[in-house]
Every structure is written in C-alpha cells, then in structure tokens.
Write a protein that binds this ligand. Structure first.
Ligand code: GLN
Length: 489
C-alpha cells in the first residue's frame, strides 16, 4: 500500500502543495484501492470514475491547491449516501430512492466542493439512517474491515468501513442517535457529531430533524477538526442552522490537558458494558490522568430514559419526514396499482424496508389523537430533563467520558432479529442527541476478537474544540488510531 493511502489530511495537503502528487493521482490511487477492496466490504454503493477524475482535474487547475483558505483542496473524500450530491445517485440506502439522481448539492457537499475536495463516491448506510449495524440497507450490509463476518456499526457503516480500510482519507457521516460515533467505535476511527445546528441539514435527507446532525469521520481528531472546519457554517436554508462566527476547530489541539476535568457519569459505568470495553476505557482514563487531567464522578439520572424517549421522538419525526415518499413526486412507484390510495400504499409497501416501516408505524401511533400526550409529549418532557442533567454535570467538569458502545462489533445477524437489542447499541450515544450536545468517539484499544473499542467524549454545547483537544492530546501519546486492518494493506 502506498503511504499516501494512510496519510493524514495535513500530510496529503503538504504532498499536494509540494507537487509531489496531483489531485488526479491521489483520486486514482484511492479509486484503485476501492476497486480492489470494495467488493469484500460493500462500503461504496455509487462510483463514477470519470466524474471523480474530472473533479480532481478541475481541482488541479483551480489554483486552490496549496492556497491558505482552501487547505483541503485536491484531497479526495466520500459521502454518506444521505447527502444529496448533484449528478450522483442519492439513495439513502433505500429501494425508495434507488433511481434518484439528485438535482442539487447538500450544503455540506457544496462547502466541501468549494473547498476543492474531490468526491470518490457514495457510501452505504442503513436505510434512511435507521439502524446500528448497516443490516437494514437495501444494498446489502457493509462488512467490518477488521473482520468481515462482523458488522461495521451503523447507520454510517459505509463511511466507517471506507475510512478504516483506507478507501478514503475521510468521509462524511450523520448522527441522529449515534450513527457517527458507534460505527467509528466499531471500526477503530475517530468521528464527531457537532452541537445541533453547527452543520446545515440542507440537502441531508431527513430522518428525525430535531436530532440529525452531520459530522466528520476520520482516522484522527486532527483530521476531524480540519474536515469540520469545512463542513460547519451558517446556511439560511436550514431554519435550525446557527448563525455564529466561524470557528477554527483545530485551534486548541496543541494545548496540554493539565487541569482538564473529566466527568464520569456513574450511569455509564454500571452494568451493561462488556468487560473488554470497560478495560479499554479504564486504561484510556488512566492515560488521561497521566496527561494531567482529573476525573470526577457525575450523574445523569435520567439517562436510562434516553432510549425509550428517543424511540418515541425519532419515529414521530420520521413518520412525518418520510410522508414525502409517496410514489408521486420522486422515488419508487409500484408498477401495478388501482386508485390513488392503492398507488400510495403499494409504492410505500414495496419501496420501504421492514425497519423503516416499523418506525413509521410507531411514529404515526405516538402522534395520533389520544396517544400524543401519553407518548410524544411525555418523551419531549423527558428530553428536557436529560438536557438539564447534562447542564448540571457540566458545572463540575469540562468534558464527559465513557464508552461509545456497550460491546465491540458483533456478528451479522446477532441482533437483527430483536429490534430492542439493536436499539440498545446506542444506549451511551442517544442522550447526547436528545440534548443537542456535541460528542465524539476515538479508538482506545482492542477488545474481544481483536476488535476496536471506542472511547466517547461528550462536550458541553459548542465544546467541539475542547473535545478535539482532549482527543488529539491522547492520540499524541497512543497509537490506537494509527492501526489499520492487516487485510486492507
Ligand atoms: N441506531 C439509531 C437508530 O437506529 C441511530 C441512528 C442514527 O444515528 N442515524 O435510530
């Protein structure tokens, strides 16, 4: 494997600037690796070599490579297939959008294109981002590059597998209840979900709008910071996009951690976490103490209600968002039908998979007259309590740490028959989304079957730079994030 395939964004930018490599050569290098390894992984579900190389050629000719305000120009990346990408199929992992070619770019894609980055392709995902294992994709599951009999996590499993296998230097992902952090943990990557509203949701196919947030998936915290710099920003087309001055998320990376107060929620360290995960997380915390940080116990008393509250709120929003897929305006239409209602129901019955239908049914039920107060309103009140728990916890700490996922990557089929077991995969990540907080996962060792373990860092609102600093300082003294699967070399 060429060293370039395993390089950081900074190293790639330097090689491009020094003209040691061109954007076209870099794109070709990754496209060739994709051709070789993707058949075993199923991470990419849309590739278009000509389109990619044309964009790379344009980047080489643009004058952006090496320019100060476009530090990522000429570097390739890949997008989760939830982001609308002009001219590319945007399927959201669903039969419903199997033939949908987007006529426009998502804000995130627009920004990364303007930064001079080059799109390698679109990445597999759970259908409409509903899942924790990538097994709900209409295009088949993604395999974990560390062990292809195991899941990569989800819903951004394609993004995680692609970066872990070095089939892209970085990728975009989205996180509604854990979909950036959990696959990052299961594939040995660093991934970050920003504070709600930091990245525009325009052109990102909606699952649960009050929870959805896009973020970077990368090998290191430093790369996450650089990609987030290019992804974040106000966009008037998303009414929840926050109008704030631009931040340099890499600004604090080199600051030492002395004095950092790490909150450890006692609810995260109780039963439920596997022993191998606990051992790796404990070892990481010991490393943090060596770096000058202190740990303090905090409590998130309502965190046990996060999964039930999420599985009312997220399906409620999904049932509304997915009503647009009716077979009329775009997407799949059943070939044979009687009247209009029959066309709607057959198109939706055939176009959506089982998990999506389950969520639409739950969501419609909890929003219906007579149940709204008992379920939806109640869940919203719990959501408020969960946010208040965090607010209280952050009075005595700067960041919160704990496991990202209760277990390492599991085998295909291990949880797919039991939705509740699958939903519990996100037990440590979901409360962050409910509270709108930023969270990230970084590799902190290996557990059972030599599979990666993720450490979760939760920041206070707009605490991205601090989380990234904490992650980067740890990555300077450890090398878990630098390891890659042997078979992908
Ligand atoms: N696994 C969770 C779900 O199935 C979260 C998914 C996500 O973050 N998109 O809803």
């Amino acid at each position: 494997m060429s060293d370039l395939a395993n390089s950081s964004l900074g190293e790639l930018a330097a090689a491009l600037k020094a003209r040691k490599v061109s954007a076209v050569e870099l794109a070709t290098l990754f496209l060739d690796r994709i051709e070789k390894h993707n058949p075993a992984l199923n991470a990419y579900i849309a590739l278009d070599r000509e389109r990619t190389l044309a964009q790379a050629k344009a980047a080489d000719a643009s004058g952006k490579v090496g320019a100060q305000d476009t530090p990522l120009a000429g570097i390739p990346l890949a997008h989760k297939d939830i982001f609308c990408t002009k001219g590319w199929r945007t399927s959201c992992g669903s039969r419903m959008l199997e033939n949908f070619i987007s006529p426009y770019d998502a804000h995130v894609v627009e920004q990364l294109n303007a930064a001079g980055m080059v799109t390698l392709g679109k990445l597999n995902m759970d259908e409409f981002a509903m899942g924790s294992s990538n097994e709900t994709s209409y295009f088949g599951p993604v395999k974990n590059p560390w062990d292809t009999t195991r899941v990569p996590g989800g819903s951004s499993g394609g993004s995680a597998a692609a970066v872990a296998a070095r089939l892209a230097p970085v990728a975009t992902g989205t996180d509604t209840g854990g979909s950036i952090r959990q696959p990052a943990a299961l594939c040995g990557l660093t991934g970050l979900k920003p504070t709600y509203g930091v990245v525009s949701r325009y052109g990102m196919i909606a699952f649960a709008s009050s929870l959805d947030q896009a973020g970077p998936m990368a090998k290191s915290a430093e790369d996450c910071a650089l990609l987030l710099n290019a992804m974040a920003g106000f966009d008037a087309r998303d009414s929840t996009s926050l109008e704030r001055p631009a931040e340099n998320y890499a600004r604090d990376l080199e600051r030492p951690l002395a004095g950092l107060r790490i909150g450890l929620p006692k609810e995260f360290f109780g039963a439920g976490m596997d022993d191998d995960v606990r051992a790796a997380v404990d070892a990481a915390l010991a490393e943090y103490r060596k770096l000058g940080a202190s740990t303090v116990e905090v409590s998130l008393p309502n965190s046990g209600l996060s999964v039930p509250a999420y599985y009312v709120i997220a399906p409620a929003e999904a049932s509304s968002n997915l009503s647009r897929f009716d077979g009329v305006r775009y997407g799949y239409r059943a070939p044979d039908y009687g009247d209009l209602n029959d066309m709607y129901s057959k198109s939706r019955a055939q176009g959506f998979g089982a998990e999506v239908k389950r969520r639409i049914l739950i969501g419609t039920y909890v929003l219906s007259h007579g149940y709204y107060d008992a379920y939806y309103l109640k869940a919203q009140k719990i959501r408020r309590l969960i946010a208040a728990d965090f607010q209280r916890a952050f009075e005595s700490c700067d960041v919160i740490m704990g496991p990202t996922s209760p277990s390492v990557a599991f085998a295909f089929g291990a949880k797919s028959a039991d939705p509740v077991q699958m939903y519990l995969s996100d037990i440590y990540t979901i409360s962050t989304n409910l509270a709108g907080l930023p969270g990230m996962s970084l590799p902190c060792g290996f557990g059972a079957n030599a599979m990666p373990v993720g450490l979760q860092i939760i920041g206070s609102w707009f605490g991205e730079a601090k989380m990234l600093q904490a992650a980067h300082q740890y990555q300077k003294v450890t090398d878990w994030h630098a390891r890659m699967p042997e078979a992908m070399k």
